[in-house]
Design a binder for this molecule. Sequence first.
Ligand SMILES: [Zn+2]
Length: 172
Amino acid sequence: MWGPFRFTSSAVCSHCGSIRYTVERQFPFTTVPYWRSRSIESTPLSDSVGGLLTSRDHTWQFAHGGGNGVRCALGEGRSLLQCTDSALLIGFLEATKQHSGADAARHYLNLALDPTHSEAFMLWLAVSGFQPDTHRDPAAYAAWFQAAVPQAPEFGNFPLLPADQHESSTAG
Ligand SMILES: [Zn+2]
């Protein structure tokens, strides 16, 4: 059973979007743990970006915690939680990999999972009109790209690949 000195927290990996859950039993009136249990769970985002990762190392950003007299502790990683199950982001990264290459997709993944850029980047993506289904089509993606990307130069601008160099070809 759960006592009053239980502290639970979550952290998001800024490389791959996995979530780590931690449960600690802490000595009363301290933050000193005497017992700790951790589990790392994949997310829709981390499942979809495995091919983009250059390292399997995790870098944890504390997102959220509570217990042991702390009602709600928030960390920089909290803005990353919304990314981990965002169909918009996942679709965008897949389309970007297809049309602009893996380096471009990796760049955007890092932006989305960077606590200092994540909220602005996700807001831009949401208002850019990107639609995962529509923009799998190369012509539709190119039209979206030419309208949306120059409006946010701070997020980078990768050239579109020529059609015959698309990462995933229908001929495969
Ligand atoms: Zn990771």
